[in-house]
Design a binder for this molecule. Structure first.
Ligand SMILES: C[S@@+](CC[C@H](N)C(=O)[O-])C[C@H]1O[C@@H](n2cnc3c(N)ncnc32)[C@H](O)[C@@H]1O
Length: 243
């Protein structure tokens, strides 16, 4: 992958593994949080439900990759519906938390938590890949390149989120820059839907994938667009060819 991707991945590892680990652990639990963070938690719950709602209800025997799984809530919900989940994150601390939080019984499915890069080809093939809010910190060309790599290993759908570019978000990012540098998250990179669609259309590896649906979740300080890319069935072979 490109140098900007690797640089950003390393910043994210530092941020999610050290700087923000306490805040992230709290946000992803039931512990009380500030009013602002409560809006983010509610938005994230809605987003997780949206993405899970785009998967088949019965996931028995389906392999699912939770790409950038954080503390693993989506992975556990998918396993409860029967999926065989591989959940991967660059942050060893978040994976440690995810393992601690994994219920003894996740139902008919299973979850295997791993530390590493979501693009690792050794993870194998999947029926579905979900990247909830894990590509939002990467530049648009890297988002599309990552999707292209993931698509090579996806037989069904590829669900991901991006930060939509809106005037309010631009303002919030500008305000965020007023905080001391050490506390700052690596910037979220907002993208326009039109720009992203054009990039997706230009990417050869994604030629067999189509945008199936999109949905925006807007809850206070949480704003994210969900997108489903679905592998198209192969074109039917022409019958009745003349000899
Ligand atoms: C905003 S958190 C979202 C976590 C989880 N998907 C959720 O919604 O709760 C983004 C996560 O993506 C992980 N991440 C970012 N880039 C990654 C990469 N290239 N490979 C694996 N994990 C990555 C980060 O470590 C972080 O835990």
């Amino acid at each position: 992958m490109s140098t900007p991707y690797l640089t950003r991945r390393s910043q994210l590892e530092t941020y999610f593994d050290r700087t923000a680990v306490e805040a992230w652990s709290r946000l992803t639990s039931d512990a009380p949080v500030s009013k602002i963070r409560a809006t983010v938690r509610a938005g994230r719950d809605t987003m997780r439900a949206t993405l899970l709602g785009w998967l088949p209800q019965d996931l028995t025997g389906r392999r699912l990759l939770d790409a950038g799984c954080g503390t693993g809530a989506l992975a556990v919900d998918a396993a409860r519906r029967g999926a065989e989940v591989v959940a991967i994150d660059v942050s060893p601390t978040l994976i440690g938390l995810a393992r601690e939080r994994l219920p003894a019984m996740v139902g008919p499915g299973s979850v295997e938590f791993r530390v590493g890069d979501m693009l690792d080809p050794w993870l194998g093939r999947f029926d579905h890949i979900v990247a909830m809010d894990s590509l939002i910190h990467y530049q648009a060309p890297d988002i599309v390149r990552a999707l292209a790599e993931l698509s090579l290993r996806t037989d069904g759908s590829l669900l991901f989120t991006v930060a939509p570019r809106t005037a309010l978000l631009t303002l919030m990012h500008a305000a965020g820059k007023l905080f001391p540098k050490a506390d700052r998250a690596p910037a979220i990179v907002p993208v326009t839907e039109g720009g992203l669609r054009r990039r997706l259309a230009r990417e050869q590896a994604l030629a067999r994938f189509a945008v199936e649906r999109t949905h925006r979740v807007n809850s206070g300080f949480y704003l994210s667009n969900a997108i489903e890319l679905r592998r198209m069935p192969p074109a039917p072979v022409e019958s009745g060819a003349t000899r």
